[in-house]
Design a protein around this ligand. Structure first.
Ligand code: GLU
Length: 451
């Protein structure tokens, strides 16, 4: 199904077959509480350019709305609504006191100058500032937005407060946005948090499913902030990242013929690959890494396309880029036994059905990538209380939150699996297909609905 919000609603309806929420509660959760739309007008040579933009506030039962702002040509209202609902579940699963929100601007940052980017960022805040605030709605970075953009946004928000004679304290103005630069009220560890959180979730679940193999092979699609830090930290923790890619292509240490995993395959040097990408603008072609570009090094790598990466015979596949990359067209070609969704919505419902039937474990986005928003909460908390935590404090707390979230999801999964046996005994051909996504949603929705 191509409509992301309908997909998100379907997922909720599906879990409700198990939860059986009161009809009024279900109705409420199926819709966002507020949808704000604005056209941003940016002066351009003798005229102006316009950009469609959105802020959607799905639910605030557990705390202020929370969620990133995405700059992308494919942003649509349906997508922002879906992402805001997913934020509600994500914050609930992570156990942080926030609800779900999301923002987006239809634009292509790769074709914009820095001045244009700044103008759009500031115009976004002017358009929505009434709906934002530390106890109301707290945005953050998302696809194509970063700490620099948050810095401009804080500054514009501050200006708007002054213009409108609002007397908010400085620390509360800072707490209105997370993912800020560290020297501008940001938190240490926030940049790495999504990737680090994903590694912790993976480690925790592997222990629970009693997979003790220390050197599982991993392919990571996407080499932005999330993919890069995930790959780097996964290697540091002893996994073997054997393939990485960005939108233009990738590299792997697996040879063409390999059908099964080979313990001797080498980890990819993630920092070297980043340096190479920065020099050449792409990961593809980075098998020849600068000074170590000799025959011996070349032999270890080969170039692959993004599609090939998804189909590699690795233990764990990590889509860390955009939505719907694993769909009904390629689901039957996936060889990994575990998929860790570091992007939001990378596996379509149709693909999930095919994969779940084949016994592939999908660790869902709202759990897998919740490390980012968790450290956003720590940042917000530090701002609100005028505190500054060390990187160790942040990382230790992140581990505590992620381990607890993964364990709670696992317990819910076991409970639903047992319930299913009971239900199946009573009703032949029960339609429930219990998987980790269903369990994660059940856990999150119960918390939001106050059950
Ligand atoms: N954009 C990130 C996400 O989708 C982070 C959101 C936040 O920190 O508020 O989880």
């Amino acid at each position: 199904m191509d409509d992301p919000f309908k997909n998100a609603q379907q997922q909720l309806k599906k879990v409700n077959r198990y939860l059986k929420l009161p009809a009024a509660t279900l109705r409420k959760l199926l819709k966002p509480q507020h949808v704000w739309k604005k056209t941003l007008k940016i002066p351009s040579y003798k005229s102006y350019k316009t950009y469609k933009s959105y802020r959607v506030q799905h639910n605030n039962a557990l705390g202020p709305y929370k969620g990133g702002i995405r700059f992308h040509p494919n942003v649509s209202l349906s997508e922002v609504k879906a992402l805001s609902m997913w934020m509600t579940w994500k914050c609930a699963v992570a156990g942080i006191p926030f609800g779900g929100g999301k923002g987006g601007v239809v634009c292509d940052p790769h074709k914009m100058s820095e001045e244009e980017l700044e103008a759009v960022s500031r115009a976004y805040v002017r358009a929505f500032y009434k709906h934002l605030g530390p106890n109301l709605d707290v945005p953050a970075p998302d696809v194509n937005t970063n700490s620099k953009i948050m810095e401009w946004m804080v500054d514009e928000y501050n200006k708007q407060q002054t213009t409108n004679n609002k007397q908010q304290k400085k620390n509360e103005i800072l707490a209105t946005f997370t993912g800020k630069p560290v020297d501008k009220g940001g938190s240490l560890g926030r940049t790495e948090a999504t990737g680090r959180g994903g590694v912790i979730v993976l480690q925790t679940l592997l222990k629970l499913i009693k997979n003790v193999d220390k050197s599982l092979t991993i392919a990571v699609q996407g080499f932005g902030n999330v993919g890069y830090y995930f790959a780097k930290i996964a290697n540091e923790e002893g996994f073997k990242v054997v393939a990485v890619s960005d939108s233009k292509g990738g590299i792997t240490t697996l040879d063409q013929k390999s059908k099964i995993k080979n313990q001797n395959y080498e980890q990819i040097d993630i920092e070297q690959t980043l340096k190479c990408k920065q020099e050449r603008g792409t990961v593809a072609g980075c098998y020849c890494l600068g000074s170590v570009c000799d025959i011996k090094y070349k032999e270890k790598f080969r170039e692959i396309t993004n599609d090939e990466l998804l189909e590699l015979p690795v233990d764990i596949l990590v889509p860390a880029a955009l939505e719907n990359v694993i769909n009904e067209k390629n689901a039957h070609k996936i060889k990994a036994k575990i998929i860790l969704e570091m992007a939001n919505g990378p596996v379509t419902p149709e693909a999930e059905e095919i994969l779940t039937k084949r016994g592939v474990i999908i660790i869902p986005d709202v759990l897998a990538n919740s490390g980012g928003v968790t450290v956003s909460y720590f940042e917000w908390y530090q701002n609100m209380h005028n505190e500054r935590w060390t990187e160790k404090q942040v990382n230790d707390k992140l581990r505590e939150y992620m381990e607890r979230a993964a364990k709670e999801v696992w317990e819910q999964f076991m409970k639903m699996t047992n319930d299913k046996i009971q239900i199946s005994n009573q009703i032949q051909n029960s339609k429930f297909k219990i998987n980790l996504r269903l369990a994660t949603y059940a856990l999150a929705v119960k918390k939001v609905a106050g059950m």
